[in-house]
Design a binder for this molecule. Structure first.
Ligand SMILES: [Zn+2]
Length: 271
């Protein structure tokens, strides 16, 4: 059994749309053994909390003792950019995590299936990309449930990761995430691809800030990422980094989809 320590970030509501880092603490958890499917890929199921006190889990980075980075791509799948991005990731043997929108999964279920089949992780990024800070609890649940359902229809797999659009949500939304066994995943490096839309600037931002344990935010809807990513990977691979999924980085238990939980994750406790 492997024991790791991770940063736990608790985010509070921020009406400006930016996540407010309220608390940083360290907790210890034990990871389950790593069953793999017959095709060799590893997938995640939600951690099983104790019935009495489910905790709110949010990560903006992973442990820093190994040269591991989680690349994340939001707002897709995109009909053209996502398949090209998959080609790049395959060429570098890099695994990534895609936070997808339900309304785009509905349009491109086969691209989602390709992401899944190539061993990447899939997370829920809501159905329509509205800020959760502006929605009622019922609307938030609808956004989550609809997207979980579409992802499951396309892949047979129900995500355990959620990223709120704009990183924004009210603190009283946490029980909704807990109810649906979703870990909230933020980021520690913003590539700014959504604003600069320029290959050289994206490269500079990421190379300047990426380090062991980083969760890097990209969007697979901007073409500049296709030119920037190979250069980023060239540099970081030469520096000795490897690229793994968010669940792998954060020690969340990988389990086969549609299979009964093999191991019960011990409940997490904040020190
Ligand atoms: Zn987004």
């Amino acid at each position: 059994m492997m024991v790791c320590g991770f940063a736990l970030a608790l985010f509070a509501m921020d009406v400006s749309g930016q996540p407010a880092l309220a608390t940083n603490a360290v907790f210890a958890t034990s990871s389950a053994t790593d069953p793999t499917r017959s095709d060799g890929t590893q997938l995640t199921k939600p951690p099983l909390h104790s019935e009495s006190a489910p905790l709110f889990h949010s990560f903006n980075s992973g442990p820093s003792h190994e040269k591991l980075i989680a690349l994340t791509f939001d707002d897709g799948p995109h009909a053209v950019i996502t398949p090209k991005l998959l080609d790049v990731l395959r060429a570098y043997k890099a695994k990534a995590t895609f936070f997808v929108l339900g309304e785009r999964v509905k349009l491109y279920p086969m691209i989602l299936r390709q992401i899944f089949d190539e061993g990447h992780e899939i997370g829920n990024h809501t159905y329509s990309h509205r800020s959760l800070a502006a929605l009622s609890t019922e609307e938030i649940e609808h956004e989550i449930i609809e997207t979980q359902s579409l992802i499951k229809q396309a892949t047979g797999y129900e995500p355990s990761l959620f990223r709120p659009p704009y990183g924004a949500f009210r603190s009283n939304t946490r029980p909704v995430f807990q109810k649906h066994n979703l870990n909230v995943i933020m980021w520690s490096v913003d590539s700014k691809d959504w604003s600069v839309r320029n290959e050289n600037k994206i490269y500079d931002v990421v190379i300047t800030h990426a380090r062991s344990g980083s969760i890097v935010l990209f969007h697979d809807i901007h073409p500049a990422i296709l030119d920037a990513l190979p250069r980023i990977l060239d540099t970081l691979v030469a520096d000795g980094y490897q690229f793994i999924t968010v669940s792998e980085l954060c020690g969340l238990p990988p389990l086969a989809p549609l299979a009964p939980p093999a191991t019960r994750l011990e409940s997490l406790s904040v020190k």
